[in-house]
Design a protein around this ligand. Structure first.
Ligand SMILES: [Zn+2]
Length: 231
């Protein structure tokens, strides 16, 4: 029998919270720019907002996401099978393609100028391009992140073909070697695109790791990175 999304969430809720009366469930499919989903409990109403990419996903995928979201809401440990099932679906080539197009069409990328207060990302990129890639790598969009993230010092965004470095690196106390290394690492992501194997995303391929070892003073850069005196 066909189960509606609301029925799926009701069933999962009863499974995870058997003693709690079933709240009213409202599910909304939204035009997000990514695969994010949100859940909140408000005035006894369970409000779920899901990306419209999943609107036609098979019931087992909806069910897996329901377990993930309701589990998160109530801090309940759920079987790892649900997370794996959901991840595997998002990693499917057709779903990935759909999400990629979505990010391009809906996601806006706010990029700062490559010129920071201390470092210029364009200069940095071209120096490394010359040194390691025979100057042949075409320059992506380059910018500093808006937030001073310590956990994500850099990332390459294939949907917008952009390398973004954390603004926390743009200061005098950060040695040039560190900024060069982070930029080089992100350039390797551009050079060696992510491979997908089932549920696992293999971001650093063996070729990637091999190329990274060619960075001179790699150990020194990594040690500096660890001891980064950033405030
Ligand atoms: Zn990486």
């Amino acid at each position: 029998m066909f189960e509606s999304s609301e029925e799926i969430y009701g069933r999962v809720f009863a499974d995870l919270k058997p003693r709690t009366p079933l709240p009213r469930i409202q599910i909304e499919f939204c035009r997000f720019a990514n695969a994010n989903s949100f859940i909140r409990l408000e005035e006894g109403r369970l409000h779920v907002r899901i990306t419209d990419v999943l609107q036609n996903a098979p019931a087992p995928i909806q069910e897996a996401l329901a377990y993930i979201l309701i589990g998160k809401l109530y801090r309940k440990a759920i079987s790892g099978n649900y997370a794996a099932r959901y991840r595997r679906y998002l990693n499917r080539a057709d779903v990935r393609g759909q999400l990629h197009m979505l990010r391009q069409a809906r996601g806006r990328k706010f990029l700062s100028s490559p010129q920071g207060e201390h470092y210029n990302l364009e200069t940095l990129f071209e120096e490394l391009n010359h040194q390691f890639f025979h100057g042949l790598m075409s320059r992506p969009a380059l910018g500093w992140s808006r937030r001073r993230s310590r956990t994500m010092l850099g990332h390459y965004d294939p949907s917008h073909n952009a390398i973004v470095l954390s603004r926390i690196l743009d200061q005098a106390s950060v040695p040039p070697l560190v900024v060069e290394y982070v930029m080089y690492h992100e350039m390797l992501h551009l050079r060696y695109p992510t491979e997908h194997h089932g549920a696992r995303r293999c971001v650093h391929t063996p070729e990637f790791k091999h190329a990274e070892k060619e960075f001179p003073r790699l150990k020194e850069a990594l040690a500096l990175l660890k001891a980064l005196p950033v405030g």
